[in-house]
Design a protein around this ligand. Structure first.
Ligand SMILES: O=P(O)(O)OC[C@H]1O[C@H](OP(=O)(O)OP(=O)(O)O)[C@H](O)[C@@H]1O
Ligand SMILES: Nc1ncnc2[nH]cnc12
Length: 192
C-alpha cells in the first residue's frame, strides 16, 4: 500500500500538502491491514470532511499539474458520482455520467463488460461529449479494470480524447491497469 504515483500517471508525483497529516495520510493508516473489501471502501474518506476535502485537493492538484486543458470530467456509476462532481467544480468544467444500463434518458451508447463474477452493461448519452473533447474519467476503485475499460470504449465511440483514467484506489494484484493498455492511468492509493 502506498501513496506513490500510480503507473503511467502523466504528471508530477503527488505530494501530500502541509496540513493534511490528519486527513489523507491518516487514511492508509485507517485502512491498514484490512481485507480488500475494506481497503476498497471510500466511506471513511467521505465521512471525514477534512479527508474528503484533502482527497479532492489532491486530485485537483494532480490534474492541474498534468493537463493544461480539460473539457469534461466523466464519472462512473455509482461512486464516481461522489468524486467527479466536486472535482469538476474545482476545475470549472462539466461532469457527465456513465451509468449502469437503463438509467439514462434519450439516445445512448451501450457496452457489456465482464465483472469479476458475471456481466454488466454501461451507458452514456450519445451527446454527452463532443468529438475531440478532452475527458478525464474518474472512479473510486480500479479492481479488474473491466468497468474502466468499458467506459473508455464508450467515450472512444463518441470520439472523445481520453486524457486519463483516474481512481482513488487501485487493487494492484488484480492487474486492472493492464486492461487499459495505452490509456493513461493514475491512482492515488495502491493496495497489493
Ligand atoms: O475494476 P472492476 O473490476 O471493473 O471494478 C471496479 C468497479 O467496481 C465497483 O463498482 P460496482 O460495479 O460494484 O458498482 P457500484 O459502484 O454501483 O457499487 C467500483 O466502484 C468500480 O466502479
Ligand atoms: N475485487 C474487489 N474488491 C473490493 N471491491 C471491489 N469492487 C469491485 N471489485 C472489487
Amino acid at each position: 500500500m502506498g501513496m506513490e504515483q500510480g503507473r503511467r500517471g502523466a504528471g508530477a508525483p503527488l505530494a501530500v500538502p502541509p496540513g493534511y497529516n490528519s486527513s489523507i495520510t491518516c487514511t492508509p493508516r485507517l485502512l491498514a491491514n484490512c481485507s480488500p473489501s475494506v481497503c476498497s471502501d471510500i466511506s471513511p474518506l467521505l465521512k471525514d470532511p477534512v479527508a474528503f476535502k484533502a482527497l479532492i485537493d489532491l486530485l485537483e492538484d494532480h490534474l492541474r499539474a498534468s493537463f493544461p486543458k480539460i473539457d469534461v470530467i466523466a464519472g462512473l456509476d455509482s461512486r464516481g458520482f461522489l468524486i467527479g462532481p466536486p472535482l469538476a467544480q474545482r476545475l470549472g468544467v462539466g461532469f457527465v455520467l456513465i451509468r449502469k444500463k437503463g438509467k439514462l434518458p434519450g439516445p445512448t451508447e451501450s457496452i457489456s463488460y465482464a465483472l469479476e463474477y458475471g456481466k454488466a452493461e454501461l451507458e452514456i448519452q450519445s451527446d454527452a461529449v463532443e468529438a475531440g473533447q478532452k475527458v478525464v474519467i474518474v472512479d473510486d476503485l480500479l479492481a479488474t479494470g473491466g468497468t474502466m475499460r468499458a467506459a473508455c470504449e464508450l467515450l472512444a465511440r463518441l470520439k472523445a480524447d481520453i486524457l486519463e483514467c483516474l481512481v482513488v484506489i487501485e487493487l494492484k494484484s488484480l492487474r486492472g491497469a493492464a486492461k487499459l493498455e495505452a490509456i493513461p492511468f493514475h491512482s492515488l492509493l495502491q493496495y497489493d
